[in-house]
Design a protein around this ligand. Structure first.
Ligand code: DGP
Length: 122
């Protein structure tokens, strides 16, 4: 798989400070902020600061520090948002995954029962 990162995507602009965001948590390699189109009472996007277009790109090419920093940020978001009743983590990836923004992001959804994982045809 050849990964081609487009640095004009909206999350790259957020990381450069060109577009505002509601930050929930940040560490050296990771930013977490509220989704502009919330699908649940809690809807946070966790993104690496590095130029990775998808989860598999990040998992393949990120450094150990980036990988650990990302997962620790997920834990901090869950703690800060108090998702004790549960949550869903979703990483839409490329065309079939219906990924709109080509910068890897993990959706953290919580605050209500989220229902079945997928609806529609198999
Ligand atoms: P996906 O389909 O997985 O690529 O989801 C992209 C998400 O990004 C979608 O839930 C809406 C969110 N989003 C798009 N533009 C912005 C923005 O400018 N700010 C914020 N906070 N979220 C955005």
């Amino acid at each position: 798989m050849k990964y081609v990162y487009d640095d004009q995507n909206i999350f790259a602009k957020i990381l450069r400070g060109e577009i505002p965001n509601q930050t929930v948590f940040e560490n050296a390699h990771t930013l977490a902020f509220r989704d502009i189109n919330a699908q649940a009472p809690v809807h946070i996007l966790v993104i690496p600061k590095g130029p990775y277009m998808s989860l598999d790109h990040f998992a393949r090419d990120a450094s150990d520090d980036e990988l650990v920093g990302f997962m620790k940020a997920v834990a901090e978001v869950c703690r800060l948002e108090g998702v004790d009743a549960g949550f869903r983590a979703v990483a839409n990836s490329r065309e079939d995954g219906v990924q709109d923004v080509p910068h890897y992001h993990l959706h953290i959804l919580a605050g209500r029962n989220l229902g079945p994982m997928l609806v529609g045809q198999t």
